[in-house]
Design a protein around this ligand. Sequence first.
Ligand code: ZN
Ligand code: ZN
Length: 339
Amino acid sequence: MRAVVFEAPGRFVVADVPAPEPSAGHALVRVEASMVCATDRKILAGQFAGTRFPHIPGHEFAGTVLRLGPGTQGPPTGTRVGVEVHVGCGVCDRCREGLYTLCMNYGRTETGHAHVGFTIAGGLAELASVPVAALHPLPASVSTADGAWTDNLGVALWALERGRLRPGESVVVIGPGAIGLCAAQLARAGGAASVTIVGRGERLARAARFGDAVVDEADAGRLAGSADLVVEFAGTADAARLAISTARRGGRVVLGGATGQGVELSGVDLSTIVRGHLDILGSVANPMGVSGRALELLARGGIDVAGLTTHHFPLDRFAEAWATFIERRDGAIRVMLTP
Ligand SMILES: [Zn+2]
Ligand SMILES: [Zn+2]
């Protein structure tokens, strides 16, 4: 089969590789839509300890089940499925709480843990062997291409659930990238009275139709103390500071941007948090089956992920797709590859 192969840190090819055989607990999936994101950049750079090279990346994808591994219960052949990326061991304390995204056996595949596209081969390939626990059958009205957003939608919805969004509230989303714009749309679907998106540049210009208002980050000071709920998906200390200052007294702040280690938060007046009576919450990934709920919301209509898929390429043109995404050519938000 054809696959993108990260051969070594900083080096990739599209190559012919042996097709995977699904083991017990896995399904063989024919990949029909697969995207890249900023995390793939970190994987390629060798910044994920759990990734071993050579590695087939890809963790935002959907396709059709071809067959199940021996003795495996799962969606039957022909089922269209979206993939979420975290599979826990199922028995550690965090898994038992439903927080399998925080599995204490991360990276130990012998325990059943898998992080699809990170610690095991992913979906930038014609075929992928995926743990059935990671599969979500796609509702009939959700296209397979839109199904590639399964994981992203779950991440965005989880942040809103962390922030206890209530109907009628004012929400500010900081960071007009793919997940921020999913969060903005899901906040509307969840009954937010107003959704304001903060960012800059071409991405912010594209964001207007996904919220009620857009504000350039240079002008965002005027939102200070205004929002019931602030959701941050920019991943910088500046964005976190802005998020905290944007919440009203007694409001909630969810920090969900993909912050790597070593980013410190300074310059926040603690009285803003304590006397402001703020809930400040970290949010990572998509536990507790939230991606399945997100797909049900997607099926109802009113959430546009196709509009966030700014570019399409065949898999063999991965190099061009990668450059388009990394350089944010034409305001690229997500590029989709079709094996
Ligand atoms: Zn991703
Ligand atoms: Zn676990």
